[in-house]
Design a protein around this ligand. Structure first.
Ligand SMILES: Cc1ncc(COP(=O)(O)O)c(C=O)c1O
Length: 303
């Protein structure tokens, strides 16, 4: 991790190395935290935080699902994120706000504990490896299923959900793949551990619906807008495992990973090994986040 200078913790900016929590922090033991991953991109008018409002809204929605009271207003959190970006003087960064049940009572019930909020950021360029952009990634369908909504809420971006995601990720990395793809309990494709998935077949783009147990990705929503702009039909629909294999193109979307082509799943090459539609989406995404598409200027949080 490329350390930056300052982290915002409970209302004040402090040095990166001083930003620590107690070992009996509730969230460390029971996964009782909710978080966001946001990116700040460089543009010709300076750094801009991409879709900040949507990310802060999802943070509050995740907290609501867990009956967690974030002790700051929506605007205070958005302002604190901007303040942290300005203070660290980075043109581009990955921003990680996290609200979590802190130190106090050590029972499973989190509610007696104080809720703490911190915002860290750092430079994080290639999430899926340096070659991912040029060559695409190799994926494995994981033996671990995406959490079912009757067990854990998949639409909450909670720290606990990432124990499930980590198991899939470890399995695929150990098997020599770059990333895993998780099916849900109905044997349909859900998503990757930290990305949504899209399939192109016969000129139509499909991504699993929220009811497949996916996080409602903000990059996913951005891609749906881009598809409409370039006249590519996009539907939300279930994708089976074999439909992954027979896709013309497949790609993953997420704040950390951006838009990344999948070149292989379980040893099967995807399509012809070229990804013209994905390339258009990648270009459209890059134009929007770097402020080169005036239509989406309102998505850029100027600081
Ligand atoms: C499980 C999961 N799905 C999808 C995504 C993509 O969401 P977004 O595009 O909002 O980053 C993420 C990343 O936050 C994720 O962790």
């Amino acid at each position: 991790m490329k350390e930056s200078e300052l982290i915002w913790m409970n209302g004040k900016l402090q040095r990166w190395s001083d930003s620590k929590v107690h070992v009996l922090t509730h969230a460390l033991h029971y996964g009782t935290g909710v978080f966001e991953g946001i990116r700040c991109f460089s543009t010709s008018n300076g750094p801009a935080i991409f879709r900040l409002k949507e990310h802060v809204r999802r943070l509050f929605d995740s907290a609501k699902i867990y009956m967690m009271e974030i002790p700051y207003s929506f605007d205070q959190v958005a302002d604190a994120i901007k303040e942290t970006v300005v203070a660290n003087k980075l043109d581009e960064s990955y921003i990680r706000p996290i609200a979590y049940y802190s130190y106090g009572e050590m029972g499973v019930n989190p509610l007696p504990n104080k809720v703490d909020l911190s915002i860290a950021l750092w430079r994080w360029d290639s999430y899926l490896g340096k070659d991912a952009e040029a060559k695409g990634v190799r994926c494995q369908v994981s033996s671990w299923r995406r959490i079912h909504p009757a067990i854990m809420p998949p639409q909450a971006k909670s720290t606990a959900n990432y124990a499930n995601a980590s198991l899939a990720k470890i399995e695929s990395l150990k098997a020599g793949y770059d990333e895993s793809i998780m099916l849900n309990m109905d044997d349909m494709v859900a998503e990757a551990p930290g990305e949504n998935i899209f399939r192109v077949k016969d000129g139509v783009l499909t991504t699993p619906p929220a009811s497949a147990g996916v996080l409602r990705g903000i990059t996913r929503d951005t891609v749906i807008h881009i598809a409409s702009d370039i006249g590519l039909e996009c539907t939300k629909g279930n994708i089976s495992r074999e439909e992954l294999y027979t896709s013309d193109e497949l790609f993953l979307t997420g704040t950390a990973a951006g838009v990344t082509a999948v070149r292989e799943v379980d040893g099967r090459q995807i399509g012809l090994g070229r990804w013209p539609f994905t390339q258009k989406i990648i270009e459209g995404y890059s134009d929007i986040v770097h402020g080169r598409n005036p239509k989406y200027e309102s998505w850029l949080g100027r600081i």
